[in-house]
Design a protein around this ligand. Structure first.
Ligand SMILES: Nc1ncnc2c1ncn2[C@@H]1O[C@H](COP(=O)(O)OP(=O)(O)O)[C@@H](O)[C@H]1O
Ligand SMILES: [Mg+2]
Length: 307
């Protein structure tokens, strides 16, 4: 009993010593960190640029899964791992085509977010221009319009919340990155229903008018060729939110000129009668004619969370 008591007493004494020595150690480390912070240069990542480049020979293209205008998207293997490869196929690589490729690579290079598709690397030696991306099994277009998968109200809200997260990230960059081509085909979905934004072909932080978007998702100021800002993404999101509920491709067979004229005059796709009031209000605020009246993605996220 006695020996137990004395060992307990010596234990607490040792503890006391340990605490004191840890405190001293901690203080020393803090001083060292402060010194490093004031004098040490940032860790250099020279050579980081080359790590982006992947030799075309390291890729095994499999079947085509998408694409159109300037590029085709393939399923592929990169060192045995399934990936997606977006390959530019235009045989005359004009400066304009090269510039588009370069801009998409440069935009994607800086994107790091759980709801934005991750670029793994790029083949940058013409004529083999490819962007290698993580592969996701579905596009949101497939889920909404080509499958029988049920998208109930809660599912639609959860998808929308993921999309809000990707745009809070894009729009909070300095300067904000405007995606300019929001539509279901440009979102990918994984087996756990996580959504990731893809296709940075029109994205830009320079507010330069380039290329066309997809008419049904284009805000009036884009149709009018006027100045625009990140609120064009909020407009397109409003169109897509309605599409989640209606599961109808907006103005699918309407001629482009009619869409343009209608949108500039304030016309919008029909909102289903069954749409709850809070959701209807949100959709209408997002696709408001005046860009300054459209909410930010932070506000949209708050409103969706309350539904
Ligand atoms: N990382 C990916 N994983 C799976 N499918 C993809 C991926 N990237 C693109 N796709 C598919 O290819 C289609 C076209 O890709 P996208 O980058 O949008 O090219 P485009 O500029 O031709 O629209 C997408 O709608 C999607 O169906
Ligand atoms: Mg696309």
């Amino acid at each position: 009993m006695n020996s137990l008591r004395s060992s307990a007493a010596s234990l607490s004494l040792d503890d006391q010593d340990d605490v004191e020595s840890l405190k001293r150690e901690n203080q020393k480390l803090k001083e060292k960190i402060a010194q490093l912070e004031s004098t040490a240069p940032p860790v250099s990542l020279e050579g980081g640029r080359e790590t982006l480049e992947i030799p075309f020979e390291d890729i095994e293209l499999d079947k085509q899964i998408g694409g159109g205008g300037f590029s085709l998207v393939y399923r592929a293997l990169y060192k045995g791992t399934p990936v997606a490869v977006k390959r530019w196929f235009n045989p005359d690589l004009t400066d304009a085509v090269l510039q588009e490729f370069r801009e998409e690579v440069l935009t994607l290079k800086d994107m790091r977010h759980p709801n934005v598709v991750q670029m793994i690397g790029a083949c940058m030696r013409p004529p083999n221009l490819c962007i290698i991306l993580e592969h996701l099994p579905y596009s949101l277009f497939y889920v909404l319009h080509e499958s029988q998968i049920e998208v109930d109200r809660q599912r639609a809200i959860n998808l929308s919340l993921d999309i809000c997260r990707s745009f809070q990230y894009l729009h909070s960059r300095s300067p904000p990155v405007v995606h300019r081509d929001i539509k279901p085909a440009n979102f990918l979905v994984d087996r756990a229903w996580k959504v990731k934004l893809c296709d940075f072909g029109l994205a830009s932080n320079s507010h330069r008018q380039k290329g066309a978007g997809t008419p049904a998702y284009m805000a009036p100021e884009l149709h009018a060729g006027k100045a625009y800002n990140e609120k064009v993404d909020v407009y397109a999101f409003g169109i897509m939110l309605n599409e989640f509920i209606s599961r109808i491709v907006p103005w699918n067979y309407t001629p482009i000129a009619d869409i343009k004229e209608g949108v500039m005059a304030g016309e919008r796709p029909d909102i289903p009668l069954s749409c709850p009031r809070a959701m209807k209000n949100l959709i209408q605020d997002c696709w408001h004619q005046e860009s300054s009246r459209r909410p930010s993605f932070a506000e949209i996220q708050d409103r969706l969370k309350q539904m």
